[in-house]
Design a protein. Sequence first.
Length: 181
Amino acid sequence: MEPKSQAVTRRVLRAVDRTTDTLALTGLASMVVVVSWQVFGRYVLSASPAWAPETALVLLAWLGLLGVAIGVREHAHIGVTFVADRLPRRVRAVVLRLTPVLFLVFGVYLVVQGWDFTQMTMNSTMPATGLPTAVQYAAMPVTGVLVCVYSALQMLNVETSRGALATPEADEEKAEDRDDR
């Protein structure tokens, strides 16, 4: 049986994961719709909506930065494995242990710089949509917080990849399956 604090932590982390994935998928679907509408407007209606390129740019910024957080969560950053896989085994082990620390530093940088950019651009608006420019830059601190959370968990040897935070019952079933082999 899992202690109550671990169960609560597990539920919170699953909620964060689901929210991050939902935001990224919604952003991707929205970007496809916006860009498709822009193309349809330009070539079929001969009148491209003025708000579409700006909206697509905001969605792209959010999607790209959320992808960074998901990549950290899933250990899916190709640059890190590209370098680490070519190192001798002992050096590779050290590099792989330092990777979450470096990602944590990067996450803190995103939070600090992203917060500064967001605050600086709070009073300016994007011309086509009229949205505050801060909407675009807010993706940086949000991603920074997510990267910090995932990196800190990885430094504590908590597996963060999708499915790792499944229910304790599922974890027990997986362990039983491994024992049966």
